[in-house]
Design a protein around this ligand. Structure first.
Ligand code: ARG
Length: 574
């Protein structure tokens, strides 16, 4: 199927050339300021006349009128009306909408072209810490990061995911010693958190153990083979656990995406050397520091990024400097994205500033921050006992809650219900995480995320299952592609379906999956309206029945593809 520009682009291109003809000005398509209109009875509006009028020193309404008069719309829309202070109001033509919608049929990409300028994007997400269980804080980075990976790939970019495991540093001395103790008792690590706590307890309370642990850190850092072997066991044990959570969550990270903190060890000396050569370092209290410009604390003192500690060791900041240097210089990444909680915003801003000063970073680097998951009390979510909530427990609970919701309305047998409950429960947790502006905190509430009405994945999954059920009952969609948009609800649904590409673009360019969620929800609502007002199987004519089945098919594909780009399953039956 032919892939075409979206409606906004089509209109923008024509407005640009009309402005050139009528006013002799050169605009970019973005400056045409075309957007979907919130007004009833208007599909798109062009908002350029206000700023253009100012620039040209002419009344905006006059500018709008001249552009409108010069527009060549080629049957896309009727000549626009000039409204208010100078809006251009576009109403798309029915025949054009019908042809455009028909062109989506059979196109697996639903009319969305791949980017003409693919980028190579290094994407840091999930990044839990070894020998600790993944907790609810890792939910967001995993879910948002994975959705971004899917969206960026679909857009045609190359995505290099990397999982920055916390697998290095002083705690590993005590963890290794503890592992040696327990394996001599032939105990496996059943519970990573308990294992960590126990190691910590011994470290704090047992002087001999603490000494052994400190010696072990030295051995580890000097590359002692035996120690490295035990360390690897610990990593393997942890990644086994992480992979279980990823499988449950449907996160696409694998072992080959692991680039833990330890991976960057061989690069750290060169990082310091480069910075020293560039004259960026200062010695402060025995530590090698860089003071990037523009970062000060409340007292007005310059803030340091500690590159090498006083004892010669390297910390979190040095490692992140190395990640930038590695992914740009060694892997040719054009963009660096770090999906990490909002509290680390300053850390990344400083890391990027230093890397720009050092010349390692010329392209785009972004910290994709996100807010906190809150409990019902509005504080960071915790278990009743006050512990952090383990992700694995949370997901098991989600599936149990979903099973109850599904059982209420499902016609499926028990085995099928169990499978569907997994898709619904996991989907609900992911969607609740994705559907709000990522920078904001949100309250984790089962009843809200599993509500069958409103902007939830369950609602979308039911809408999708309904489309599939209609198509099954119809016993196939007649050949042909004719679409007839007679009723207002048919037209509204078709217009939504044509906006899939716009929604994806908005979600992808702002790293904002919630924009896709909103779009999918609006599409499901438009479908529900259509389904209520326009009989499909009992349509008044065979042509209309075929057309409505085609709209149903397109809705089904749009919801399924949209959900899959968020990492959420769309079962055919619920
Ligand atoms: N391991 C860290 C944590 O659990 C997150 C690491 C994020 N990535 C990075 N390159 N710093 O908080």
């Amino acid at each position: 199927m032919q892939q075409t520009a979206d409606v906004t682009e089509e209109l923008a291109r024509r407005v640009v050339s009309a402005a050139r003809r009528a006013l002799d000005v050169e605009l970019t398509p973005e400056q045409a300021l075309i957007q979907a209109s919130p007004r009833d009875g208007v599909d798109y509006q062009g908002n350029l006349a206000m700023s253009l009028g100012k620039r040209l020193g002419r009344p905006p309404r006059e500018v709008a009128g001249l552009i409108a008069g010069a527009l060549e719309l080629d049957g896309i829309a009727d000549p626009p009306e000039v409204a208010g202070p100078g809006f251009l109001n576009f109403v798309l033509r029915r025949d054009w909408l019908e042809t455009r919608t028909a062109a989506l049929l059979g196109d697996p990409r639903l009319g969305v072209p791949e980017t003409a300028s693919p980028r190579r994007i290094a994407l840091d997400y999930s990044s839990p810490n070894v020998a600790k269980e993944m907790h609810v804080g890792h939910l967001r980075t995993s879910v948002i990061g994975d959705a971004l990976a899917r969206l960026l790939r679909f857009a045609g970019h190359e995505v290099l995911p990397h999982n920055h495991l916390g697998d290095w540093g002083t705690p590993f001395g005590m963890l290794i010693e503890h592992l040696l103790d327990v394996s001599s008792e032939h105990r496996a690590i059943a519970d990573l958190d308990a294992f960590y706590r126990e190691a910590r307890r011994k470290f704090d309370g047992d002087e001999a153990f603490a000494t052994r642990s400190r010696e072990r850190v030295v051995l580890l850092q000097s590359g002692d083979e035996e120690t490295l072997g035990i360390w690897r066991e610990l990593i393997a044990e942890s990644t086994r656990h992480f992979n279980e959570v990823y499988a449950l969550l449907g996160i696409s990270l694998t072992d080959k995406d692991i680039y833990g903190e330890s991976f960057y060890n061989p690069y750290l000396a060169a990082v310091v050397e480069d910075l020293e050569k560039a004259g960026l370092t200062e010695l402060s209290d025995g530590a090698v520091c860089v003071f990037p410009e523009g970062f000060r604390n409340r007292e007005g003192d310059r803030l340091p990024l500690i590159v090498r500690k006083r004892d010669g060791g390297y910390g979190y900041a040095a490692t992140d400097l190395a990640t930038v240097r590695y992914w740009t210089a060694e892997r040719g990444a054009t963009d660096l994205l770090y999906v990490v909680g909002a509290p680390q915003a300053q850390h990344f801003a400083m890391v990027f500033a230093v890397c720009r000063a050092a010349g390692w970073l010329t392209g785009n680097a972004e910290h994709i921050g996100f807010g906190t998951v809150l409990g019902a009390d509005g504080k960071t979510m915790r278990t009743r006992a006050g512990d952090t909530v383990k992700l694995a427990d949370l997901l098991t609970e989600a599936v149990a809650h979903a099973a109850a919701v599904v059982a209420e309305r499902s016609e499926l047998d028990a085995a099928e219900q169990a499978e569907v409950a997994r898709a619904v429960g996991i989907g609900a947790v992911k969607y609740a995480d994705l559907s709000g502006d990522r920078e904001r905190d949100y309250v984790f509430a089962w009843d809200r995320m599993l509500a069958t009405e409103g902007n939830t994945s369950v609602y979308l999954q039911y809408a999708h299952a309904r489309t599939e059920s209609i198509l099954r009952k119809a016993g196939g969609v007649p050949d042909g592609t004719e679409i007839m948009l007679e009723a207002a609800a048919e037209r509204a649904l078709a217009l939504k379906l044509l906006r899939f590409g716009e929604a994806l673009k908005a979600a992808t360019s702002a790293y904002a999956p919630h924009k896709l969620c909103t779009y999918l929800y609006e599409t499901a609502v438009a479908f529900s309206q259509f389904y209520t007002e326009c009989p499909v199987l009992k349509a008044p004519s065979p042509e209309l029945r075929a057309s409505r089945l085609r709209l149903t098919t397109l809705t089904s594909h749009t919801l399924a593809l949209g959900l899959s780009l968020l990492g959420i399953e769309a079962p055919e039956r619920l």
